[in-house]
Design a protein around this ligand. Structure first.
Ligand code: ZN
Length: 196
C-alpha cells in the first residue's frame, strides 16, 4: 500500500552522456553525498541505465560529469545483479595481486592490463544512508577498485604499464584531439556532435 504519486514515473530512467578522457571532471576528487533522497535514487538508476546502455560492468559519477562519491557495479552487466556504493572508502586490500585486462567507459576502445589485489573491504552507505561494511573478491573486487579510483581522480591511463601506454598511444591521442575539438566549439571543421 502506498500513497498515489502526483506524477507517476512510467518511463525508463534516462541514460547520461559519458564523460570521456581527458575531460577535467575525471581528475577531480569527488565530494561526499549528503542528501539521501529520491533524487539520489533516481540518479543511481540513471547511472545503471547509462552503464547498461554502454555495455559496462561499473560506472562512477564523475564519468557522467557529476563530482559526487557514487558508484554502481554489476558483474553481469544486468540491473538485477547490480549494487550501488554511496560514499565508499576502501578500508583494506588483500589477497594475491593479479593482472587483468581492463577497459573503461571513459576510454572507449582502450584496454590495459592492470595489477590489483584480489580482495577489498569497503565501508559505504546505501541509498537510505545506512552504513555497511562488505568484502568483495575476484572480478567484483576489481570493478569496485576501478570505480573507486574514479572517485579519487585516478584513471586507467595512470595504472597502465609503459608497454600498454605505447600500445594505446594513438587511441589516447585521438581522445585528446577529440576533447580539443570540443573545447574549440562548433564551426567549420570544429566541434564534434556528442555521442547519441
Ligand atoms: Zn573507468
Amino acid at each position: 500500500m502506498s500513497e498515489p504519486q502526483a506524477a507517476p514515473q512510467t518511463e525508463a530512467p534516462l541514460a547520461f552522456d559519458l564523460t570521456l578522457f581527458p575531460e577535467p571532471v575525471l581528475r577531480k576528487k569527488a565530494e561526499p553525498v549528503t542528501r539521501f533522497d529520491a533524487e539520489l535514487a533516481a540518479f543511481v538508476e540513471a547511472m545503471f541505465a547509462t552503464m547498461i546502455h554502454s555495455g559496462g560492468v561499473g560506472l562512477a559519477a564523475p564519468q557522467v560529469g557529476v563530482k559526487t562519491r557514487v558508484l554502481v557495479v554489476s558483474e553481469s552487466g544486468r540491473r538485477e545483479d547490480g549494487f550501488a556504493l554511496i560514499n565508499p572508502t576502501i578500508l583494506e586490500r588483500s589477497g594475491p595481486t593479479t593482472l587483468y585486462e581492463e577497459g573503461c567507459l571513459s576510454f572507449p576502445g582502450i584496454y590495459a592490463e592492470v595489477p590489483r589485489p584480489d580482495r577489498c573491504k569497503v565501508v559505504a552507505q546505501d541509498l537510505s544512508g545506512n552504513r555497511f561494511e562488505k568484502e568483495y573478491s575476484g572480478f567484483v573486487a576489481r570493478i569496485v577498485q576501478h570505480e573507486y579510483d574514479h572517485l579519487e581522480g585516478v584513471l586507467l591511463v595512470d595504472r597502465m604499464s609503459p608497454a600498454d601506454k605505447l600500445k594505446n598511444k594513438v587511441a589516447l591521442q585521438e581522445l585528446v584531439e577529440r576533447f580539443q575539438r570540443l573545447q574549440a566549439g562548433p564551426g567549420p571543421g570544429g566541434g564534434l556532435p556528442r555521442r547519441r
